[in-house]
Write a protein that binds this ligand. Structure first.
Ligand code: NAD
Length: 259
């Protein structure tokens, strides 16, 4: 059948780098992108967990390579970029997903250490990995960046001020780079996940999750990692060509619910 429309809703053959891809939303994103025909660089701290995701993709007939990548490590970041260039000839998609959630109060002895670590991982590394990928993204015909922020960047919870400040910063970074890189054809967006069932929330009891969802979430439940990954996919499609600088809540209605 002939098509009456022009824009492409496929990422088949696109080359994607996903950080923090051994668990949770990053893993779901890597699996989904591979299901959709992309070449996926699966990266995370633990090589064995990375390999398990790569094996799952390969077993399903997809294309993936695994790397140990601590996003705060400059030489590891550059090695992943160099390998993608050597292997696949470039990079079209970057998903800055890796994250940690460290609790601390403003008067706690460990505050400064936790503040610095949080900022290093959650925001500085996002900016620096964008810098590392930029020469390759500039050569792509549909370059896409998605940064994972949080609903914690749109509101606040006590006891995690470094996390809240860094995620608010991710939204600012996204907006500023959307304006700056818009002149060069790159879209930069962020997703603000609400409460999602991942490694990060695994220690919260089922009862506490249920109660939180009942009180706060319009859809009355935690989300699943794939539900976030599907929205990330929407933002990296070649067809998502006129969306940039958005902070998209994927939160079951957490941020719009007053009562
Ligand atoms: P997760 O713990 O399941 O996965 C996070 C991954 O990031 C882990 O595999 C971890 O090893 C990796 N990581 C941590 N530090 C790293 C580093 N220095 N370099 C590379 N990788 C590193 O958690 P998740 O919920 O899937 O987290 C993904 C993103 O979503 C994070 O940015 C997180 O802040 C954000 N987020 C999570 C929720 C939630 O409810 N789970 C809500 C909003 C935002």
């Amino acid at each position: 059948m002939e098509r009456n429309t022009k824009l492409n809703r496929s990422i088949k053959g696109r080359r994607a780098l996903v950080t923090g891809a051994a668990s949770g939303m990053g893993r779901a994103t890597a699996l989904l992108f591979a299901d959709e025909g992309a070449h996926v660089a699966v990266t995370d701290l633990d090589p064995l967990k990375v390999q398990a995701v790569v094996d799952q993709i390969i077993a399903a007939g997809g294309s993936a390579v695994g790397h140990r990548l601590d996003v705060t490590n400059a030489s590891e970041r550059r090695a992943v970029v160099a390998d993608m260039v050597a292997r696949w000839g470039g990079i079209d998609i970057l998903v800055n997903n890796a994250g940690i959630a460290l609790e601390t109060t403003i008067d706690a002895p460990d505050f400064e250490e936790r503040w610095r670590r949080t900022f290093d991982v959650l925001i500085t590394a996002q900016a620096l990995l964008i810098r590392d990928c930029l020469p390759q993204l500039l050569q792509s015909d549909a370059p896409r960046i998605v940064n994972i922020a949080s609903t914690e960047g749109l509101g606040a919870t006590k006891g995690i001020s470094p996390y809240t400040a860094a995620k608010t910063g991710v939204i600012g970074l996204t907006r500023s780079l959307a304006v700056e890189l818009g002149t060069r054809g790159i879209t930069v967006n962020c997703i603000c996940p609400g409460p999602i069932n991942t490694g990060m929330t695994a220690e919260i009891s089922a009862d506490a999750k249920k109660e939180f969802a009942r009180r706060r979430v319009a859809l009355r439940r935690y989300g699943e990692p794939e539900e976030v990954a599907q929205m990330t996919l929407s933002l990296v499609l070649p067809a998502a060509s006129f969306v940039t600088g958005v902070a998209l809540p994927v939160d079951g209605g957490l941020t719009i619910r007053n009562a």
